[in-house]
Design a protein around this ligand. Structure first.
Ligand code: PHE
Length: 341
C-alpha cells in the first residue's frame, strides 16, 4: 500500500495535469471513491494498534480534506477553461447584413391627396370632410335636383335600400358643400376630399369607387376669373408651371354657368399622345358658379353672395402624375403595384 505521502504527491500531481472535467472525475474515484487508495487506508485504521491509529487517522483525514479541496479547485478551473473555449469557438460575423424589417409607405392616392391638400392650404383653403353614407337631401335635393329630376341620372347611384330615410353611397363630394354651408357663414374657401361611389361597369378608367376633391369658395365678389385663377394656380403647383387650362361650357344642376376644366396633357405638352387621345387636353374637373337655388337651400341670400365650386377626380390626377394606366390598380392591393411608390 502506498504511503500517505506518496498518495498525496501522486494525487496532487494528477489533479494538476487532468485535461478535462471527465479525467478529474475518474481521479476522484481513484483516490476518494469507495475503493479508492485513501479510503482503503482509512478503512484499515480499525485494525491498527491504538497509538498508531490516532496518528494515522489524523493524518489520513487531513489528507482527505486536502484532496477534496484540490479536486474542488481543479473542477472550478477546468469549468472556466471549458467556458472560454466555447466562447472562442462561437464566432459572430458582424459584417453579415441583418434581417431587414420591411418599411411600409403611403398609398399613391394618399400621397396625391396630401399633396393636393397642401396646395389648397397654401392658397388659403380649409380642409373639411363629410360622410360617405349620405341622405338624399344632401346628395340631390339641396343640390338643385328635386325628386324625379332627370339630372339625377348623371350619377349612377348606389341606394341603400333597407334604410328608412332614403340613404345612398354618395356619388360625388358635392353633398359636403351643403353640409358645410348649413353650419357656416361666408366668406370661406374649403376643399372636401373623399371617396365616392357609382353603380357602373368597371374598366381602365371607371371603378365603382373613386376619390374626389370638392372645392367651394363663397364671398361677395367672386367671379369666374377667381375660379380660373385658383384652378390654374392649383394645376401649375401640381403638374408644373407650364400647365395650361381651358374651360368648356358644361352642365351640372348645382352651378350656373358650368364648365369642364381641362388641363394640357403633361405627357406630350399638348402636342397629342395616347394618354390624351391625341387631343392635347385631359378632362379632370367639373366646375362652375354656385347656382342661386343651392344658396337658397342652405338659407343664404343669393343676391348677397356669390361663389364657385369645383370637383376634381383624385384618381385621375394620380394616374396622370404617376403614369398609372388602370384606375382599378388603386384598390386591387397588388403588392407589385404598390411597391412602385
Ligand atoms: N360633382 C361633379 C361631378 O362629380 C363635379 C362638380 C363639382 C361640378 C362642383 C361642378 C361643381 O361630376
Amino acid at each position: 500500500m502506498d504511503s500517505l505521502e506518496e498518495i498525496k504527491k501522486n494525487a496532487l500531481n494528477s489533479i494538476e495535469k487532468a485535461a478535462d472535467e471527465e479525467a478529474l472525475k475518474l481521479l476522484k474515484i481513484e483516490y476518494l471513491g469507495r475503493s479508492g487508495n485513501l479510503t482503503m487506508i482509512l478503512r484499515g485504521l480499525k485494525d491498527m494498534p491504538e497509538a498508531e491509529r490516532r496518528v494515522m487517522g489524523a493524518l489520513a483525514n487531513a489528507l482527505r480534506q486536502e484532496l477534496e479541496g484540490a479536486f474542488q479547485n481543479g473542477e472550478k478551473n477546468l469549468g472556466a477553461i471549458a467556458k472560454t473555449a466555447h466562447f472562442k469557438q462561437e464566432k459572430i460575423d458582424i459584417s453579415l447584413p441583418g434581417a431587414k424589417i420591411p418599411v411600409g409607405h403611403l398609398h399613391p392616392l394618399t400621397k396625391i391627396k396630401k399633396e393636393v391638400e397642401e396646395i389648397f392650404i397654401s392658397l388659403g383653403f380649409e380642409v373639411v370632410e363629410g360622410p360617405e353614407m349620405e341622405r338624399e337631401h344632401y346628395a340631390f335635393d339641396a343640390l338643385n335636383m328635386p325628386k324625379d329630376h332627370p339630372a339625377r341620372e348623371m350619377w349612377d347611384t348606389l341606394w341603400l335600400e333597407p334604410l328608412k330615410d332614403r340613404m345612398l353611397l354618395r356619388p360625388q363630394t358635392s353633398s359636403v358643400q351643403i353640409r358645410y354651408m348649413e353650419k357656416h357663414e361666408p366668406p370661406f374657401r374649403i376643399i372636401a376630399p373623399g371617396r365616392v361611389f357609382r353603380y357602373e361597369a368597371t374598366d381602365v378608367s371607371h371603378d365603382i369607387q373613386f376619390h374626389q376633391v370638392e372645392g367651394l369658395v363663397v364671398g361677395e365678389d367672386i367671379s369666374v376669373a377667381n375660379l380660373k385663377h385658383i384652378t390654374l394656380s392649383f394645376f401649375r403647383k401640381l403638374f408644373g408651371k407650364d400647365s395650361q387650362i381651358r374651360l368648356r361650357p358644361s352642365f351640372f344642376p348645382f352651378v350656373e354657368p358650368g364648365f369642364e376644366v381641362d388641363i394640357s396633357c403633361a405627357q406630350c405638352q399638348g402636342r397629342g399622345c395616347s394618354v390624351c387621345k391625341s387631343s392635347g387636353w385631359l378632362e379632370v374637373m367639373g366646375a362652375g358658379m354656385v347656382h342661386p337655388n343651392v344658396f337658397k337651400a342652405v338659407g343664404y341670400n343669393p343676391k348677397l353672395w356669390r361663389g364657385f365650386a369645383f370637383g376634381v377626380g383624385l384618381d385621375r390626377l394620380a394616374m396622370t402624375k404617376y403614369k398609372i394606366p388602370d384606375i382599378r390598380f388603386f384598390s386591387e392591393n397588388d403588392i407589385r403595384f404598390l411597391r412602385q411608390f
